[in-house]
Write a protein that binds this ligand. Structure first.
Ligand code: ADE
Length: 252
C-alpha cells in the first residue's frame, strides 16, 4: 500500500510533513513530492497547487509515477449548506464539477463522454474518513487552544458527510456563481477548486480516494475572517491532525 497525500495549502503540507519520516524529495512537472513513511505505511506528500488542471496533473503523477494506490486530499472550502460554520469539516461522499457544462449535448455537470456526474467515494473509506475527522475534533480544544479557536468564532465544530462541488473559481457569491437551483437540487455541502478533478483522475485509474475540507468561509460576503491567519493557525493543524487519525485508523 502506498498512499498519496495532497494538500491545497503549504501550511497543511508542513503540518503533515511533521508527522512523516521523509526519505527523499523529487521534483516532477513543477511539484515537489516528499516520499517516506507515516508509521509503517509508505506515503508520498505533495502540494497540489490550485485548480482542476493543476490538481489533476498532480494526482496523475502520484498514481502513474509513484504508483500510489490510495489518495487523500485535504484543503479548505467554502460552505454551501447554510448550517455549516467556519471550522467545521466536510468529508466528501462524492464530488461534482459545478462548472462543467457541455449542454445541450450533455446535461449540466456531466463529464462529457463518460455518463458520470458524481464521482463517489467508496462508502467504507468515507465512513473511516468521518470517524477520523470526528476523533480529531474531539480533542481540538487541547490541540489548537480555545483562545485561537474563538478568534475564528469556532465553537463545537462538526463533521458533515456530503457532496463537494468543485470548479475553477473562488466563490464569493454562491447565488451568482453556482446558482440556487444547483444548490437546492444537488445539495452540495462545500465548494472548492480541486476535489472532483482529483476524483476524476482516481476514477480513471481505479484508485480509491477521500476528500477532507475544512470550512474557511461561507462562499459569500458574510464571514469576515482573516483568510491568511485562518490557514496559518487553523487549517494546517486540522490537516495534520486529520491525516494522522485517518492513517492510523485505515492503514496503521
Ligand atoms: N476554498 C476555500 N473557500 C473557497 C471558496 N469560497 N470557493 C472556492 N474554493 C474555496
Amino acid at each position: 500500500m502506498k498512499v498519496g497525500i495532497m494538500g491545497a495549502m503549504h501550511q497543511e503540507i508542513e503540518h503533515i510533513k511533521k508527522r512523516m519520516q521523509v526519505d527523499a524529495e523529487k521534483c516532477i512537472a513543477n511539484r515537489v513530492y516528499n516520499t517516506g513513511k507515516i508509521d509503517n505505511t509508505e506515503v508520498v506528500l505533495v502540494f497540489s497547487n490550485w485548480g482542476k488542471v493543476a490538481s489533476a496533473s498532480t494526482a496523475t503523477t502520484l498514481i502513474q509515477h509513484f504508483k500510489c494506490d490510495f489518495v487523500i486530499f485535504t484543503g479548505v472550502a467554502g460552505a454551501l449548506a447554510p448550517d455549516l460554520n467556519i471550522g467545521d469539516i466536510v468529508v466528501g461522499s462524492a464530488a461534482v464539477q459545478h462548472d462543467m457544462d457541455a449542454s445541450p449535448m450533455f446535461p449540466r455537470c456531466e463529464i462529457p463522454l463518460t455518463g458520470i456526474t458524481f464521482f463517489k467515494v467508496e462508502e467504507k473509506h468515507a465512513s473511516s474518513a468521518v470517524e477520523a475527522a470526528k476523533s480529531f475534533l474531539a480533542g481540538v480544544d487541547e490541540k489548537i487552544g480555545q483562545k485561537t479557536l474563538s478568534q475564528f468564532f469556532i465553537s463545537k465544530p462538526i463533521v458533515r458527510l456530503g457532496l463537494i462541488a468543485t470548479g475553477d473559481q473562488f466563490i464569493q457569491d454562491k447565488k451568482a456563481h453556482i446558482g440556487l437551483n444547483f444548490i437546492e437540487e444537488k445539495q452540495p455541502q462545500a465548494v472548492e477548486m480541486e476535489g472532483a478533478a482529483v476524483a476524476q483522475v482516481c476514477h480513471d485509474n481505479n484508485v480509491p480516494f477521500v476528500i477532507f475540507r475544512t470550512i474557511s468561509d461561507k462562499a459569500d460576503h458574510s464571514a469576515h475572517i482573516d483568510f491568511e491567519a485562518f490557514i496559518n493557525q487553523i487549517a494546517g493543524q486540522y490537516a495534520g491532525g486529520i491525516v494522522e487519525e485517518f492513517m492510523r485508523a485505515s492503514f496503521g
